[in-house]
Design a protein around this ligand. Structure first.
Ligand code: PLP
Length: 464
């Protein structure tokens, strides 16, 4: 096959894909014997595949990314204009969109001050991890190097990010991992028995779940713990919303033991929960915030690690010491397409009040899912914030035994056949996927939301 392509000959694309693409997250054997799916086009909330079939996308590009929807001409134009002017220069120098986006972003993040550009959520997290390690050397005689991460949270696919990975099934067979990453327990109220806290509820449970973090800090020695890295609402680990009282206590603990708080907003950031950032729902004051997916809604690859002036200042002292600054680079952190797209993405969210729409449509969807829970015993729990929602499927409501991976996948496949793309996230038990996941673009209408939950209703009726 040469590189030329006739728009009408999509079978060639399928052939090339089958022959040469190693897809992300896919078991290739069944994929090859089944019919591969090529997504050809997108507009608004919808995408079309190679057969011309229309799909309502309830997962914003599969992984919580296309927050402002497909086919945004103004973003494409902003990127085109910027690329014609200047496509790239290493970020040791500045760029017009880089500076303007940083200014705009910081205006949405009171208390934060500095933006470090990079390419992916994993890398953004690694930048923060490296800073924590360097601070340990600069300020604490090399001691406070440990980074705590939480069971069920996910922070990326690179090895250090995986070292902070709380989903065991993703880590199996990729070790050994980086030292000094220490796991703390999850905070999922629905499965509080696993934590030995089955007798507590509400804020009492939330505070007790946070106290489990304190126990780990005390066990490890507070003088060894540099940072705590958490998702504000856990995404791939099962769409876990924090219990009442949890974050207040977490913040107290970090302050008490001088532990930096790193909030991973790779999924929640830029509007997904109905505020610019998920942490703003819970009054958290972070030291590091990382973000990626919604920053430019997938129109360009861009991720940001944002920190405070206090952290930045630590890297400015002893300016005669050649080892004393943040000796790090991300080549494509100098691409100008990213911040150009991100600026326009943010303008769209503001001008179209997509935060307001996200909150309103999120409430509608949560209501619809609760109604489905009344009807289908297989839904054990419904959780979510804004347009970031999950419905956990259980074989038995009493024991909370998960449904099988096959059953959960059958629900996803049934929705797909109906023309609605939904997701399913993992529990940290190998081979068992059981939380249906919904993250439509922030432009979703009431009709879109109802169409998604209607499809789930029909799928559950057929599968169970
Ligand atoms: N952090 C969270 C919470 C994520 O969900 C992801 C990816 O899904 C990442 C980090 C890693 O981002 P990336 O795939 O861009 O490296």
């Amino acid at each position: 096959m040469d590189g030329t392509f006739n728009e009408n000959d999509l079978s060639r694309v399928v052939e090339a894909d089958r022959a040469h693409i190693w897809h992300h997250l896919i078991q290739h054997k069944p994929f090859e014997t089944n019919d591969p799916r090529i997504i050809v086009e997108g507009k608004g909330m919808r995408v079309w595949d190679q057969k011309g079939k229309e799909h309502l996308d309830a997962v914003s590009g599969g992984v919580w990314t296309v927050n402002v929807g497909y086919g945004r001409e103004s973003i494409c134009k902003a990127v085109y204009d910027q690329l014609m002017k200047l496509c790239y220069f290493a970020n040791s120098a500045g760029s017009i969109p880089g500076a303007l986006y940083a200014e705009k972003l910081i205006s949405k993040m009171p208390g934060m001050s500095r933006v470090y550009y990079t390419n992916s959520g994993s890398e953004a997290n690694e930048k923060a991890f490296k800073m924590v390690r360097q601070i340990a050397h600069k300020k604490y005689g090399g001691k406070k190097t440990k980074i705590l991460y939480r069971d069920r949270d996910y922070h990326g696919s690179t090895l250090a990010a995986m070292s902070a990975g709380g989903q065991d099934e993703r880590n199996a067979q990729y070790g050994p991992f980086a030292p000094d990453f220490v796991k703390v327990p999850h905070c999922m109220e629905y499965r509080k028995e696993e934590l030995g806290l089955g007798h507590l509820s509400g804020a009492e449970f939330g505070r007790a779940a946070a106290d489990l973090i304190e126990e780990v800090i005390l066990r490890e020695g507070p003088e060894t713990v540099g940072a705590l890295c958490l998702e504000p609402v856990t995404a791939g680990g099962g769409v876990i919303t924090p219990p009442e009282g949890y974050w207040e206590r977490v913040q107290e603990i970090c302050k008490q033991y001088d532990v930096l708080l790193h909030i991973d907003e790779v999924v929640c950031g830029i509007g997904r929960t109905g505020t610019w950032f998920g942490y703003q729902q819970y009054g958290i004051k972070p030291d590091f915030v990382t973000m990626a997916k919604g920053v430019a809604s997938g129109y360009a690859a861009i991720a940001c690690m944002v920190t405070t002036e206090e952290v930045f200042e630590m890297f400015k002292d002893n300016s005669d010491d050649p080892l004393n600054y943040f000796r790090d680079i991300s080549t494509f952190g100098g691409c100008t397409a990213g911040p150009a797209a991100a600026l326009e993405n943010m303008r769209i969210i503001e001008d179209e009040d997509l935060l307001g729409n996200c909150t309103a449509m999120g409430e509608r969807m949560l209501g619809n899912l609760h109604a489905l829970m009344e009807k289908h015993a297989v839904i054990g729990d419904v959780r979510g914030k804004g347009l970031f929602l999950g419905a956990e499927l259980v074989a038995n409501r009493e024991t909370k035994e998960p449904v099988t991976e096959k059953q959960a996948q059958a629900v996803v496949a049934d929705c797909m056949a109906q023309g609605v793309i939904i997701g399913v996230t993992n529990r940290s038990i190998p081979g068992r996927n059981n939380t249906l996941c919904f993250s439509p673009a922030l432009i979703a209408t009431a009709e879109d939301i109802d169409a998604i939950t209607d499809a789930v209703d029909q799928a559950l009726t057929r599968v169970f």
